[in-house]
Every structure is written in structure tokens, then in C-alpha cells.
Design a binder for this molecule. Sequence first.
Ligand SMILES: Nc1ncnc2c1ncn2[C@@H]1O[C@H](COP(=O)(O)OP(=O)(O)OP(=O)(O)O)[C@@H](O)[C@H]1O
Ligand SMILES: [Mg+2]
Length: 461
Amino acid sequence: MPDRKATRAKRGLILIVEDEANLRQGIADYLTRRGYDVQTAADGAEALARVAASAVDVILTDMQMKGLSNLDLVDALIEKAPQAQILVMTAFGTVKQAVEAMKRGIYDYLTKPLNMDELLVYMDKALEQKRLHEELSSLREALQTRHAFGNIIGKSSGMQEVYHKIEKVAGTTATVLILGESGTGKQMVAQAIHYNSPRSDGPFVTLTCASIPDSLLASEFFGYEKGAFTGAATARAGKFETAHGGTLFIDEVSEVEPGVQVSLLRFLQERQFERVGGNRTIQADVRVIAACNKDLMEEVKQGNFREDLYYRLNVFPICLPPLRERRDDIPLLADHFVRKYAKQNDKTIEGLTTQAILLLMNHDWAGNVRELEHLIERAVIMSDGDWIRSAEFLPHLSEHEALQKEAGFGDNLSLTENFEQVEKYLIARALDEAKGNRTQAASLLGITYRALRYKMNKHGF
Ligand SMILES: Nc1ncnc2c1ncn2[C@@H]1O[C@H](COP(=O)(O)OP(=O)(O)OP(=O)(O)O)[C@@H](O)[C@H]1O
Ligand SMILES: [Mg+2]
């Protein structure tokens, strides 16, 4: 009957662990009749095999069984089925043991002989608790740090804000101004906006203003008609026309000369322009994203950049923080680049030693992520071992800085802070390797599931 099936699916999967066959079967039949999915196990070993095979919601287990000692079984079940709620059955006189089990993290205990109505109440409460748990952890996950947005890596609060803004603005046609020092990822953000927008099937066209002589900039933007200037033997479309239906990324917009600034302003206001040497007005459906590694407002104050154009561009600013202001992203980025370049160079490299990571975390990165990427690429190429060591970076970081770091890692970090950072990094890595499976991550780290849970809480994972 479909109805009954629906109820069962909702009620959850219960595992009954009891060595006394009659009692085991009795409880199983009783719960099955009430719409629960039930599995049974006659001893600890069978119980562990069952939880390994299916995602059990609640485990109802006896405390007095042969084989494994009882608290050991509870420990093993918590470890092997961290998602399940555990209810233990205990005979009168062994409540003390049940209390001990509660301390270890079971949900609750029931005393034998069982009162079946009471069992149902506990069962539903345990299931409800589990559901709340799941909701909370998925909420936490959603609220919590993202480690990446597409190819953009970073989990610092600064980057969370950047991801949030990309998400908000991608679906619109608003002009975006991306500000940030060189190498902070402005181009990546511009691409992320385009490829997450309804225009993602349209072209993404880049014009890097600094690389084009002033005299040619207008024709790069707007194209030219035949005979517009000496050498214009045929007419040519500019970037605005090429980008029709897509996005034009104007990189280093502060370098646009004043004459072209006027035409740009007109495009942003009216969405139309003329080719150089032509008088035919052309309409183009183009979303504009501009980027600048200078303080653009300062350029306005200096009289180098039109104020009205500044405000037209600055509709939705996104500021990329320099790497030295988001040092928690450094281990993640470094790891990402090690993997990337190890793969590209056909090398097997486990990662960076903790000392190497600390060294990187304390460097100031004037060239931001680009500088880090290049440094890691070089280290991967040079490396002969399984691990990249701090020595491989030392020649490239300034001598003074290197000596200082070798002596004591961070000048501005206490040993405890250093330790905490290493611990946090290792946990993140283990979780990453275990694809989020905490039990597996704990075993990679050689600690218990519970210890991992405690440490994850401590570090705000
Ligand atoms: N958050 C990030 N995650 C992964 N890679 C990054 C990140 N930020 C930057 N990079 C890498 O660093 C390099 C520089 O990034 P990008 O070209 O986007 O910087 P930019 O801000 O445009 O720099 P510039 O102002 O010098 O043009 C690229 O190789 C890019 O892949
Ligand atoms: Mg760039």
C-alpha cells in the first residue's frame, strides 16, 4: 500500500541490537507494525556490520551482551554511525552504566522490562532529534564558509562577501566595478559574474586599456569605418559590437583617456555609439564590468578621471581584499596551486610541510595571489621530494624576512596561535581529502571522531 510506504519512509530506519531472540523479534514486530523500517542484530559485531551497510536513524541497543564489552560497543557505534541517535536498554541495577553511556554521547536510555508505549515516545523523540540535527547542520553548512566559488578559491570572510556579491549581481545587467590590487583575482571575478549570468551563452570580451595606445583606444572600443584614418582600408567592428549579447570587461579602466571617457559615458547612459569615422548610430546589448587596481576616486580628485563616469561605473562595486588581509586563505590557495601544478608537471607531491605553510602565511604578498601562484609553480617544478619544504621558498622571499620567519614563524603570532592555525589547516585538509566524511577525516588525522568534532567546533567549521 503506497500510504503505508510513505509513512515508513518518514518514520526512519531502526536497528535493534539484542542478544535475546524473543525480545529482539518482539520489539522488531511491534515497531514494524507501527510503520518503522526495522533491522536487527544479535550481537555487537553484527550491529557494526549493519551500520556500515545502511544509514540507520536510530539504534536501540541492549547494554548486557556477550562479545564486546558494552561501553565499547556504544563507543564503536558512535564512531561508525555518527549520524544515528542511540538509545540503550538497560536492566534495573545497571543504570550507572547507562549514565556513563549518556556521557559518551548516546541519546537516552530505557529500563527493562520495556514499556512499549514508552518505547514509541522515545523512538519518535530520537527521530525528531536526528531531524533537527540534520536541519541544523545543513543550515550551518549553507550559512557557513564556502571554500570556493567556481575556480575562485578562498574561505575568508572577505571572500565570502565577494561570493555573496557575485551571486547578487550576476542575474542583473547592472554595471559592476571591481576594485583590488594587482593579482587579487579581478579578472576571475568578472568571468564568474558573466558565466553565472543569463548572458553566459553570449561572448565575454576583454579590453585591457593599459596595453593600448591612446590613439587606438576609441577604435578598439567602438570600431571604425573604412577610411576613418590612414591605414583603415576596411571597416572593423569594435569590442562593444563583438560583445553584443554578452559582457565587455574593461580592465584597467583608469587608463582610458579623457576623449574616450566621454564616449564610454554615453554608451553607459544610452547604450549606443558610432564607429570612429562614421555617423551611423549603433545599438549594442552589452553588460559592462570594469576593473581597476588604482584608487579610482583618487583619480577623480586628481582630475584624471571624469566624476560622472566614475558614478556610472560605480553602480555595484566589488572590492577584492589584498591577500595579506585574508591570510587564512593562504593554506587553501597554496594547496590548490600545489595540486594544479603537480598535475600539470606530472609529479606526485603530497603537499606543503607545516613550516612551509607558516612561512607563506607570514609573507606580505605585494603581488597577491598571482605572486603566490608563481612561487608555488616554481617550487613544484624544483621539488624532488614528496613534500614541499620551506627551504624551497626561502631564496625567493627576502633574506631578512626568511631569517626572521625561520627563527620563529610569525613575529606577530604567538606559538599557540601558530599551533591553532596549523591544526585548523590540517583539519581542513583532512576533511577535504575525506570529501567531508568526518569519520574518515578523523582516522586520517589519527584522532577519534569525537575529538575531531570538538576541534571542528572550536575552529568554527
Ligand atoms: N581566489 C583565487 N583563487 C584561485 N586563483 C586565483 C585567485 N585569485 C587570483 N588567482 C590567480 O591569480 C592570477 C591573477 O588573477 P587575476 O588575473 O584575476 O588578477 P587581477 O586582479 O586581474 O590582476 P591584475 O590587476 O594584475 O590584472 C591568476 O592566475 C588567477 O588564476
Ligand atoms: Mg587582471
